[in-house]
Design a protein around this ligand. Structure first.
Ligand code: SF4
Ligand code: SF4
Length: 454
């Protein structure tokens, strides 16, 4: 592709390329695994969380707050810098609307006059309308499945849907998501962006006069609306501006607004009006009257100021949060151990020469491979009665073990009689002792010497 082609590529074409990339990326990503781990997976049925091809148990969800902080900081940063760039360039609702309205309804079924005029749908062609809706329902079903793959990985999803009786919830979720996509894209349309989406409500608080937006340049085009958005005239008065009142920017607008009235809540920053005006004004050898720029840049005739206090502050905090997330993800534990005491404080061994305490140890292998596990006590006077042998656990497998620890009736009993003593247990993978281990402190109860000798 030559530099010239890139320079003249419309915003519309760039957006469509990005739409295709995002769609392919979202569809393919859940299928990519490394040693069975996904890039992102929140599996409620397996109680697992995968991030960056690393598996975390639900007990290790300390990463979630970092992810949420990064998500919110990312939204603040992007919105302050690029306004509603997400809405026009990457939001699934915008992509679904493009597929339904521009591709199916306009290009395939001719239910709109053209891509350049989105103002009136031809409503008396029922057959085409229903067919377009049915085709889009299929698309919505694929999109809903794709969304579910981030919660039920594809390798399980296609097994589950073969057995509807056992996995009714999967079908219920699939049905709900499909209906929601249909309702938002085929019925609510751009009203979803204005009245339902919460992001639209908070974003204007993040705008400043250097935030880039779709702006009609009144200095160039002339005043069409007054400050209260009341229309004064259809085109600029002679000698007062260049807008010829062709309405190309209005007809193409999917949000059904006239950007010449100024910034409006409904504008999704799709820049279709910019492309339309560029096409019109190029016939006169003039630049577009609508551009993707900031109010300050228009006011001062300068370049957009991307580097400013707010954007720098957000990027610094965002970088810190990402580094913290990466650091914390290296702290992943490769095994987990929960310990509960039995109801009896202590017992005397069968041969009457030892005090025994019983526990339930819950081992979990959170590593990506199978390992053999065992444990030791770090107190010389406390030994293991049960279990006698190491045991194997597959990746992700949990196992409860009844553990009995003992101490010989003798000097240690004399030193600790009648008291609990804190002892340390070190559990480990026999084949990778240095890397896979965990240590826990537990109480070991000693009876009084008189009780022990009964
Ligand atoms: S005014 Fe309409 S066409 Fe222009 S960017 Fe906003 S939503 Fe898109
Ligand atoms: S497309 Fe340009 S010239 Fe035509 S009405 Fe809109 S702003 Fe004016």
């Amino acid at each position: 592709m030559t530099q010239k082609t890139i320079t003249h590529m419309t915003y519309g074409k760039k957006r469509h390329i990005l739409f295709a990339f995002i769609t392919m990326f979202s569809l393919v990503l859940p299928w990519i695994t490394i040693e069975g781990k996904h890039f992102f997976l929140m599996s409620f049925d397996k109680k697992q969380f995968h991030l960056l091809f690393t598996s975390f148990d639900m007990q290790e969800l300390y990463l979630i707050p970092f992810l949420l902080i990064i998500l919110f900081l990312g939204i603040f940063f992007i919105t302050t810098l690029g306004g509603r760039v997400w809405c026009g360039w990457a939001c699934p609702q915008t992509i679904f609307r493009y597929v339904y309205r521009d591709f199916l309804q306009t290009k395939i079924f001719r239910l709109y006059k053209s891509i350049e005029n989105k103002q009136q749908e031809i409503t008396n062609r029922w057959f085409s309308q229903i067919t377009a809706l049915l085709v889009f329902t299929l698309f919505a079903l694929i999109a809903a499945s794709n969304l579910l793959w981030y919660f039920i990985p594809p390798e399980d999803f296609f097994v589950y849907i073969k057995d509807p009786n056992e996995h009714k919830l999967v079908f219920v979720m699939l049905f709900i998501f499909t209906i929601l996509i249909l309702a938002a894209s085929a019925f609510l349309k751009e009203k979803f962006c204005t009245y339902v989406c919460p992001y639209v409500r908070i974003q204007s608080a993040m705008f400043d006069d250097d935030t880039i937006q779709t702006i009609y340049n009144e200095k160039l085009g002339g005043e069409i609306y007054d400050k209260n958005h009341n229309k004064l005239r259809d085109k600029a008065e002679s000698g007062m501006g260049e807008c010829i009142g062709c309405n190309a920017c209005v007809k193409i607008c999917p949000a059904h607004i006239d950007i010449r009235a100024g910034m409006q809540l409904e504008c999704i920053n799709c820049l279709e009006c910019t492309d339309a005006c560029t096409k019109i004004m190029s016939r006169f050898g003039k630049p577009s009257l609508i551009s993707w720029t900031s109010p300050n840049a228009i006011q001062n005739g300068s370049k957009v100021k991307f580097i400013r206090f707010r954007t720098v502050a957000y990027s610094v905090v965002l970088t810190i949060a990402v580094c913290a997330l990466l650091f914390m993800s290296t702290k992943k534990e490769h095994m987990l151990l929960d310990i509960n005491r039995g109801s009896q404080l202590f017992s005397i061994s069968n041969n009457h020469n030892a005090i025994e305490n019983a526990y339930t140890f819950l081992f979990q292998n959170t590593d990506s491979k199978e390992h053999e596990y065992y444990f030791e006590t770090l107190n010389d006077d406390v030994g293991i009665t049960l279990p006698k042998e190491p045991f194997k656990l597959r990746s992700g497998e949990k196992s409860k073990k009844i553990v009995v620890l003992n101490t010989k009736i003798g000097s240690s009993l004399k030193a600790n009689e009648g008291k609990p003593q804190l002892i340390k247990v070190r559990a480990y993978a026999v084949d990778d002792k240095e890397r896979i281990f965990t240590e826990k402190e537990i109480m070991f109860f000693y009876p009084k010497i008189s009780d022990a000798s009964e």
